[in-house]
Design a protein around this ligand. Structure first.
Ligand code: PEP
Ligand code: MG
Length: 694
């Protein structure tokens, strides 16, 4: 029995691997033999590769020949497979290019996106050595350098005027770039090298940059890294102006793409054109790095710590990025695309429902009032915090004014900043944290901030230890905070307190600053609450002692987890070991809550886990009722809280501190969450994994 028919390929993708697989599957059901012919080539229909070798795009015709028993039935079925487009729907419009590959990283900004990969090549501009032969050439080279610097400044200004609304608060990074261009270690030093060594401008600039690198050598610290990134970024801009080669810039991306980069610096984040950049993937980075925290403001999916994304992903690959789970799918098959397009729709529908409740109070369904505040790093974020429904600022990280200048900011600069935030947020409170910085994080060209290098800065002269060492710097900040306190509702918090003596010492300095303001007749809020950021295990152990001397506690889990589990929070190699649900961490939190409650002081939590939907259930069950979190997390957490019966949560979670591992705790919480809030936890359209649990 032989059956012959001409079949037309009408599906969008043509006979790709998925369709060929369906043909082979059908052929396997019959004893009869299938042959397919296109042009003059006829192949056996039981081999996917042979079918693919026919290369049948949409619109082509295939001659199908079936020989053997049930040939007609087989042919009918084959014909309907072609007619039904091999099960491909209209949405399966993406062409399968190569094998589907999956990767998993750390989700830092939620959302789902599907698009083409674009490698951000950060390879440096090649600079050649050229000896200048006479004075005229030297002068010309200096002019060329000055012109390239001016061009760079104009380019930076242009970026600044086009900066996306979402990251306006980070515009200062671009100001830093302009300032670096004027820095004598770059500008004067390059001109001097051109003059003295009679070399071309590019070579001289490279030398200046190398000298700065030497200066910062071995300091593997995020803050310093950020400064070096800035130096590299502006010098690259000048070099490309000198050579006429366009830099690979994020701001200049004109197509809709997903950026794949080995590393991005915070200044890259402010250059991003959010109209075109649909998502970001990086090889390096931990979840609580500042680049990661900043990238959430962009409101596009971002996954970091993928380790080999730049090796595995090829330019133009089709990618699915799930910023809720950290899943990356490279060259997905049409079925996977359809699944994710569905998931994406559900996620955005869901997100807009969440956004609608962001200004309503965070009151549980059984009437408990929970307070939700925002963590901010810069004054510019305050507006976004309020717009997202924050009822105050629970953590104002005050470091950035110290990072962007070549010298310690003066009292007036700090006062201007602090009084503005006080006025913007009042009557809601602002918890202002004193400087949390290490001496080696402030190395700049200016000797005033010169520093000694430390092998282990996270355990070094950082934060309150630095302030107690550099009393004048500390007192200047305290004066500015106190003076600004009359404009709003400030609470003052000392970070990295490890023992009572240190806290009392910090308070003594504060009192002496108060006395000097009294002598000068300057007004301030005498009743300003003074609290401790509990983020070192030694402080959790003596929380009962500290509670007798503090007005409030705020638990900083980002560092607490780092110090309790000995996990560097910025290191992607140990990021999988960063376990926020570790029983030790939960017990420490509980201990602090118990100690604070016993003494009748306020206890809140301001680490990143406060914004995690699963973690918040645990934290509520441990007795916390006030949280401060990343701005982007506020609407969802508020929505959840409004649906939660708190008494029942506390009842159901009673045994949680007895569970032995993070995994068991996560499974336990997820199960409870799915039964308590089925609408929210019914599937994985949003991020509900604990920060750090992969
Ligand atoms: C913390 O350590 O949890 C914290 C809130 O502070 P930071 O992330 O600035 O160290
Ligand atoms: Mg901290």
């Amino acid at each position: 029995m032989e059956e012959i028919r001409l079949l037309k390929v009408i599906n969008e993708l043509g006979i790709h691997a998925h369709a060929a697989g369906k043909i082979v599957g059908l052929a396997g059901k019959y004893k009869a033999k299938l042959f397919l012919q296109k042009d003059s080539q006829e192949i056996g229909g039981s081999s996917i590769l042979s079918i693919l070798s026919l290369a049948c795009p949409k619109g082509s015709e295939v001659r199908a020949r079936i020989v053997g028993t049930d040939a007609k039935k087989f042919m009918d079925e084959l014909e309907s497979l072609f007619k039904n487009k091999f099960g491909e729907t209209e949405r399966g419009r993406y062409r399968l290019r190569k094998k589907k590959v999956k990767m998993k990283g750390f989700p830092v900004s939620p959302g789902i996106t599907i698009g083409k990969a674009h490698h951000l090549d950060r390879s440096k501009t090649t600079v050649f050595y050229r000896k200048l032969i006479n004075k005229k050439e030297v002068e010309r080279e200096i002019d060329r350098f000055k012109h390239a610097v001016d061009m760079a400044k104009e380019q930076i200004q242009k970026f600044k005027s086009n900066i996306p609304e979402q990251v306006k608060g980070y515009a200062f990074v671009l100001d830093t770039h302009s300032m670096i261009l004027d820095d004598n270690l770059i500008f004067d030093s390059t001109i001097q090298t051109i003059q003295k060594e009679k070399v071309n401008a590019g070579w001289a600039l490279k030398k200046s940059v190398n000298n700065i690198h030497q200066l910062f050598k071995k300091v593997e610290d995020e803050y310093i890294g950020r400064r070096m990134d800035d130096v590299d970024s502006v010098s690259e801009r000048v070099l490309s102006n000198l050579t006429g080669v366009d830099p690979d810039s994020l701001a200049e991306i004109k197509k809709e793409v997903i950026i794949v980069a080995h590393v991005l610096s915070p200044c890259d984040i402010v250059e991003i054109n959010v109209n075109h950049v649909m998502g970001i993937l990086t090889d390096v980075g931990g979840q609580t790095s500042h680049m990661a925290i900043m990238s959430e403001a962009l409101e596009i999916p971002v996954v970091v710590g993928l380790e080999s994304a730049t090796d595995v992903i090829v330019d133009g690959d089709l990618l699915i990025v799930d910023g809720n789970t950290g899943d990356i799918i490279i060259n997905p098959d049409p079925d996977t695309i359809i699944t994710y397009e569905d998931k994406k729709k559900r996620y955005y529908r869901y997100k807009s429902a969440i956004d609608r409740v962001r200004h309503l109070p965070a009151e549980t369904s059984d009437g408990y009032k929970i307070t939700i505040k925002a963590n901010i790093e810069f004054l510019g974020e305050t507006k976004a915090a309020i717009e997202n429904g924050a009822e105050g600022v629970g953590l104002y990280r005050t470091e950035y004014l110290y990072m962007i200048k070549n010298h310690f900011p003066d009292e007036q600069t700090l006062f201007d900043d602090y009084s503005q935030i006080a006025k913007m947020v009042t009557p809601n409170p602002v918890t202002i944290r004193t400087l949390d910085i290490a001496s080696d994080k402030m190395m700049t060209s200016d000797s005033e901030m010169g520093a000694s290098k430390e092998d282990n800065p996270a355990l070094g002269l950082r934060s309150i230890r630095f302030c107690l060492n550099e009393r004048n710097v500390f007192k200047t900040q305290l004066r500015a905070i106190l003076r600004a306190s009359v404009f709003g509702n400030f609470r003052l918090m000392f970070p990295m307190i490890s023992g009572l003596g240190q806290f009392l010492e910090a308070k003594r300095i504060l009192k002496s600053v108060m006395r000097s303001l009294d002598r000068e007749g300057i007004e301030y809020n005498r009743e300003i609450p003074i609290g401790i950021l509990i983020e070192i295990p030694s402080a959790t152990s003596i929380a009962d002692i500290l509670a007798k001397h503090a007005d409030f506690f705020s638990i900083g889990t980002n560092d607490l987890i780092q110090y309790a589990l000995a996990i560097d929070r910025d290191n992607e190699h140990v990021a999988h070991l960063y376990e926020p649900f570790h029983p030790a961490v939960l017990r420490m939190i509980h201990q602090v809550v118990t100690a604070g409650t016993r003494e009748g002081i306020d206890v809140s939590l301001c680490g990143e886990i406060a914004g995690d939907p699963l973690a918040i259930l645990i934290l509520l069950s441990l007795g916390l009722e006030e949280f401060s979190m990343n701005i982007g997390s506020i609407p969802l957490i508020k929505k959840m809280i409004r649906m939660l019966p708190l008494r029942e949560v506390r009842d159901q979670f009673k045994g949680i501190l007895q569970l032995p591992t993070s995994e068991k705790i996560e499974r336990f919480v997820l199960k409870k969450a799915q039964s308590l809030l089925p609408d929210i936890f019914k599937d994985d359209v949003f991020r509900y994994r604990a920060v750090g649990i992969g």
